[in-house]
Write a protein that binds this ligand. Structure first.
Ligand SMILES: *Cc1c(COP(=O)(O)O)cnc(C)c1O
Length: 463
């Protein structure tokens, strides 16, 4: 064995121990850690011949890159929709690395770790109160989940037209309808060869709404003259956490032939709270659902899952089967994840989720969700009471969309946000909402408290 490797193997106890200590230190002071930075590093290093060994490499990392690490897992990182990591999810994540399974099958000779993934999906269906006629699996993020679901939708639509798009390629236009699709759904249309220009825009409801106007949807459906289509709907839009009316869409689905996809990347977590569950009522009738774990579930990146109705399993296997041979028999019988989703080799992504939902249960996730909404409402209230700031939309769930008051201050929004983020105390992202420049604060981190919101408001006041 190579001497450096041999030395590190002998020293493994110490190596893991120093990493644990460094990790603990980071997590214990994450509230004080900067949420942004501008430092840059030299990237002109060449690889050494003999290697540094683990300990020296850590020292080198600490000198060169560690200071760049921002507190994105902390309580005041409100940009994008960024979750943290619960303690139990870190346990599961570490073990996923240590066991290093290539998760494929539930009863294979060389691997049956997919049984953990199947159980985790079942527990998630229970957590979200979804019916068990969905089968699901883990992918790296909601983008990949949207891609997976829309890939199967594409195959389903082809079959409705007597085509096999997976084999033949797309030979005719695919109709896609949506009101406020996430950018990653549009990206998926591009990657899938459906074409992002093939999206038919459905109107949104009046006022500061991003939800679909279902009457307009029905008009657009009638105009399609019974051609099958794919509907992309939203459970939680990124600017204002708005929800399409799933009960109304479910009624339309009884009359019309379409694939119904819901992007519920973070909004699906409304189902964890009896108070917010009505927002997703009716979603169980969808053909496919996308959800992220690395946002509101608070498990480490990269983790999301898809849910696709069991009755579509043949379309799913036709889309993703890992050979040109016709699939023999029941795809669920010799089940292998590599025939159901884009990736072949796969990390045991389910384990951090399994740990976290087992450790904190339904109540734990109800508390995380309700706390996030309370914090969003508190910030929303402080903004509406401030003369210098205005809300661009009411706080519907966990996202706060606001701006500087007064049209004359529109040009100052970007500069203001840069200054605010430069404090390193908070991080938020810019947005554009109904023609106005705005700022978005998204609450999904399990550690955020009232003191964090107050601290941010005082930084805002100073600027
Ligand atoms: C974040 C998000 C996505 C993309 O998810 P990734 O995990 O970043 O790939 C898709 N849809 C919605 C609604 C989101 O909030």
């Amino acid at each position: 064995m190579n001497t450096q490797l041999h030395h590190d193997l002998e020293n493994l106890d110490n190596l893991l121990d120093v990493v644990k200590k460094q990790g603990l230190y980071f997590l214990n002071q994450v509230d004080e850690r900067h949420t942004s930075n501008q430092s840059t590093v030299d990237l002109d290093e060449k690889l050494s011949e003999t290697g540094l060994g683990g300990l020296q490499t850590l020292a080198h990392f600490n000198e060169k890159f560690e200071p760049m690490m921002v507190a994105s897992t902390g309580p005041r990182y409100w940009g994008f929709v960024t979750g943290g990591s619960t303690p139990a999810s870190i346990m599961g994540d570490w073990l996923a690395t240590i066991y290093d399974q290539n998760t494929q099958t539930v009863k294979g000779q060389g691997d049956n770790s997919a049984i953990i993934e199947v159980e985790t999906i079942n527990l998630l269906l229970d957590l979200f109160g979804l019916p068990d006629d969905f089968i699901g699996g883990f992918v790296s993020g909601a983008t990949m989940s949207n891609f997976t679901c829309l890939g199967v939708a594409r195959q389903w639509l082809g079959k409705e037209l007597g085509k096999d798009f997976a084999k033949e390629g797309i030979t005719q236009k695919i109709n896609i309808l949506s009101a406020t699709p996430h950018s990653s759904a549009i990206k998926s249309l591009a990657m899938l060869g459906i074409g992002s220009n093939n999206l038919t825009q459905v109107a949104t409801l009046p006022g500061s709404r991003e939800a679909m106007d279902v009457e307009d949807l029905e008009k657009k459906i009638v105009a399609l003259d019974d051609e099958p289509f794919i509907l992309i709907s939203s459970a939680g839009t990124v600017n204002t956490s708005d929800f399409d009316d799933f009960r109304a869409i479910a009624r339309l689905k009884e009359k019309h032939n379409f694939w119904w996809h819901i992007d519920a990347a973070f909004g699906g977590f409304a189902a964890c709270s009896p108070r917010y569950k009505p927002l997703v009522e009716g979603w169980g009738s969808a053909d496919s659902i996308t959800m992220d774990n690395h946002k509101w579930m608070n498990v480490p990146y990269e983790s999301a899952f898809y849910l696709i109705k069991r009755k579509h399993q043949f379309s799913q296997v036709e889309t993703f089967q890992n050979s040109n041979a016709p699939y023999l028999g029941d795809p669920l019988e010799n089940f292998n994840y590599l025939n159901f989703l884009p990736e072949n080799s796969r990390r045991l992504k389910a384990l951090p989720v399994w740990f976290s939902i087992k450790a904190y249960g339904k109540k734990g996730y109800q508390d995380i969700v309700e706390n996030s909404v309370t914090m969003a409402q508190l910030l929303g209230q402080m903004i509406s009471e401030s003369e210098k700031l205005e809300l661009l939309a009411p706080v519907r769930l966990n996202n706060v969309c606001f701006s500087l008051s007064g049209d004359e201050n529109q040009e100052k929004v970007a500069g203001f946000l840069t200054k605010l983020n430069q404090t390193g105390k908070v991080f938020m992202t810019p947005t554009q909402f109904q023609g106005k420049k705005g700022i978005r604060a998204s609450f999904v981190n399990w550690r955020t408290t009232k003191e964090d919101v107050e601290l941010v408001m005082s930084e805002i006041d100073k600027i």
